[in-house]
Design a protein around this ligand. Sequence first.
Ligand code: GLU
Length: 512
Amino acid sequence: MDKKVRVRFAPSPTGGLHIGGVRTALYNYLIAKKNNGTMILRIEDTDQTRYVEGAEEYIKEALAWVGIQLDESPWQGGKFAPYRQSERKDLYKKYALKLIEEGNAYYAFDTEDEWDSKRKELEAAGVVSPQYNSITRMQMKNSLTLTAAEVKAKLAAGEPYTIRLKVPHKEDIRVHDLIRGWVVFHSSLLDDRVLLKSDGMPTYHLANVVDDYLMQISHVIRGEEWLPSAPVHVLLYKMLGWENEMPQFLHLPLIMNPDGNGKLSKRYADQLGFPVFPIEWHNKEKQATMTGYREAGYFPETMVNFLVLLGWNAGTEQEIFSMQELIDSFSIERIGKSGTKFDINKAKWFNQHYLKATSNPTLARLLLADLAKNNRTLSQEKAEKVVEILKERVTFVKDFLTEGKYLFDAPQTFDEQIASKKWNQPLVEVLNGYKNALQTHQESLEAHTAKEILNKTTDSLGVKFGSVMQGVRLAITGAGAGADLMEIIAFLGADEVSKRIDYAVSTLKVVS
Ligand code: GLU
């Protein structure tokens, strides 16, 4: 790459950042880091009507959580500050005026009602979805149809106006995209986009292009949904005389619903019970809190690894990547064109991997934090033991509490099906014998000792060890399956195990 790599993630603070937005930010970040470039965050808040309070802080927190570090942003500043478009408001108009001067844009004085009635008129005449474009503009009230004196008078009288882009009548607009190659749009399909609104604010198109130019952006990396805007942007670069400075475009493939039908939607995600937000999002307007991946127990490493593969692959069998490995191996050439299906099971698989890769003392601390939320405590040593016993069986830290609930609480109920098959007289005798034998091990009990004692008990009663194992498990945990039983017994200790045996024996009915 010849030009210094400067990329930007440019979210609009209109709500919680969707998980797809995090992927866009991640791809920007990886391309920046891989090329010793600069990662910029610009807040695109020109549409004040869609501004949602708290969205900006949310974006900041979500990106920090996944480990995307910014080099320039509204929060840390930078050489091209300000990075919030509302704070750059006064900068855009001169470009709109330059476009007018050079015949590439025009003042439009029509009110919304006027355009509305023109639209209806056109519809009645058989025009499908009429647009304010290179044909209809000649029937409207603008600086192309009014005389110079009329325009001057209107401006002097302070009449509200917008500035519209004068899209060429019949022209192919060629957009070069690094992922898709050349994409050609015919200008007759574009309307004369508003560039400057009547409140003096620029629209997305004008502000976006002006800022990308002024901030010396080398690559515009964004979701595929912005591809239809690209010809407008290419036109603007040309008309503003910035063609040589035009950034490279990369429109990332869509993230699809799990069944491959359409773009990943919140409705679909809700139905299947997975979040669409990286971190919890509180929608004040709807008084609703939407859970995030962070709150659902996913690690940031999981998110990075999972999201990066939604549209990119290394071309090898490797699936597990740390952020640094991604920075080293990421390549634009391996970004796909077609949409990728969202598969939450894959995310769970990654989480399992990262959980196993986390040290037991760290997991124990996370478990203790979860326990504290339920007003419970455990020693760090005991918590590490819980982790050791269950690590292979859980996907999330919160699973330690559910998967291993018998490590924290004695069972109140027992799996009926197992009980009806296994709870027989020989088992009860083994349990009572085991309980007595454990008396001498009240101080401490190791898994192998717990097993030896149980072995001796079954031997002395002439019962097969294997035939009572599940029953013993049922008495102690309430369930027919789970983690290594001898580890569980050692963890609970002789006293607690004896109590549980007593309770089970007094509760369950013996089957013959
Ligand atoms: N503000 C746009 C958004 O909300 C940015 C699109 C772009 O990157 O050009 O996604």
